[in-house]
Design a protein around this ligand. Structure first.
Ligand code: SER
Length: 425
């Protein structure tokens, strides 16, 4: 069975041979980009090369780069636990910054390329290098002021892919990250019904008001989900059975309990380890709160599976062992462990008391209003975070409705104003 470590190497070598400079993953904490809290895509560290504020030839000796980027996305955080959602993941990508010098897949030089080379190489890597079969592809079908991507359509047909679906802005127009930046139509590659590789043709710059302006030179930004690719290559049932999670799974196999809880533990612990290795600390603010939130949820599920801190320590070590050769910043076991343990030990007490009270007062038959009030009470009197209450309610299939949410929010706002007044004397 081909290992993830080998695939990383194959990917980078494939593009290195084709004139790309290999660039390390940037930190999960974006440098010099206030528009986003965390790094969510491979192109983020290259934004200024698309806008020509920076010169790729000067910095990389090439208009082509490739990377394996650590990414963290919070949009689907509540979905984690199902078969496919993750917060932290790795993304394999190749990038080209304009001007286009030669859009020819046989040109292994260092000049800018565009749709033809990008599509041919993606096809070659998947089908020849990895021996996989492309199911179908999608292209941008045209919407408002952005036309149908006829070029991509022709290129796929030329290659011999016949199933090509046209899709709208929702699916096949990518970006920008944050509130402004490079963006453009995409063509996506599906294997076994799964979207694996997204090739973005950055032709536009979207400003803060949502207006599109043509970039001086178009560029390429591709991103392939590593966990999804490994699932297909290793023919596993879900991403969680790939070798990327193997060391954690081996430990968790010793515990009985819902698979959903195990997946949350695998995802949230791996994500926390990577975030802390990049210098993040849990806090009540912005990105620090994202880390705090996943650590707290992690503790909830560790508790349900009766996994103690010794086992947690083993799991932290297992993640570091699996990834440190490629991500040397993980070589910091003592610090990573300390940040996790400090946070969880403090929260453990709160969680114990909060859970006890939750079980005592939540009956499942209360009105929407009463539910909002109870969740507020658990928060103010026991410090039980609202996300944890909501998760517990979901587990018991108790609906925390829009109305309940509103009641909670109103009480919360009142409480906040009173506390502020008291603070100000
Ligand atoms: N930026 C695109 C994505 O994140 C392609 O890399 O999917």
């Amino acid at each position: 069975m081909i290992k993830s470590e080998e695939i990383r190497e194959l990917f980078l070598n494939f593009f290195k041979k084709r004139g790309h400079t290999i660039v390390n993953s940037s930190s999960l904490i974006p440098v010099d980009d206030p528009s986003v809290l965390l790094t969510t895509a491979g192109m983020q560290q290259f934004k200024k090369y698309y806008t020509r504020e920076k010169d790729p030839l000067k910095d990389f000796g090439s208009q082509r780069t490739a990377s394996i980027q650590k990414c963290f996305r919070t949009t689907d955080i509540d979905e984690v636990g199902d078969e496919r959602h993750l917060t932290f993941f790795e993304m394999l990508g190749n990038f080209s910054f304009g001007p286009i010098i030669n859009d020819d897949p046989l040109d292994f030089g260092n000049g800018g390329y565009f749709k033809k080379a990008a599509i041919y190489w993606a096809h070659e890597f998947l089908t020849k290098e990895l021996g996989l079969k492309i199911d179908y592809t999608t292209i941008f079908g045209g919407e408002k002021n952005v036309p149908l991507d006829e070029d991509s359509l022709k290129i796929w047909q030329e290659i011999g892919i016949n199933k090509i679906e046209k899709r709208g802005r929702e699916d096949n127009f990518w970006g920008p990250t944050g509130d402004e930046g490079p963006c453009g139509p995409t063509t996506e590659i599906y294997l076994e019904g799964i979207e694996v590789w997204n090739l973005v043709f950055n032709e536009y710059y979207q400003d803060k008001n949502g207006n599109l302006k043509k970039l001086e030179f178009p560029g390429v930004d591709t991103g392939m989900g590593f966990e999804r690719l490994m699932k297909i290559l290793q023919k596993t049932e879900t991403i969680f059975e790939t070798d990327l999670f193997e060391p954690l799974r081996e430990i968790l196999d010793n515990f009985s309990g819902e698979i959903r809880r195990k997946r949350i533990i695998m995802d949230h612990l791996r994500g926390s380890v990577f975030l802390i290795a990049d210098g993040l600390f849990p806090s009540n603010l912005e990105r620090g709160y994202i880390l705090r939130r996943i650590l707290r949820r992690l503790l909830l599920h560790l508790r349900f599976l009766e996994i103690n801190f010794d086992v947690l320590e083993k799991m932290i070590k297992a993640i570091i062992e699996k990834y440190k050769a490629f991500y040397p910043e993980l070589n910091n076991f003592e610090k990573i462990k300390k940040v996790i343990f400090d946070e969880l030990q403090v929260f453990n007490e709160t969680l114990n008391k909060g859970l006890r009270e939750f079980n005592k007062i939540i009956k499942g038959n209360e009105s929407e209003e009463a539910l909002g009030e109870k969740v507020f009470y658990l928060y103010t009197s026991y410090g039980l975070p609202v996300e944890i209450s909501k998760e517990l309610l979901r587990e018991q299939e108790i609906n925390f409705s829009q109305k309940a949410e509103e009641v909670f929010k109103q009480l919360f706002e009142k409480h906040r104003l009173i506390s502020k007044k008291e603070e100000n004397g």
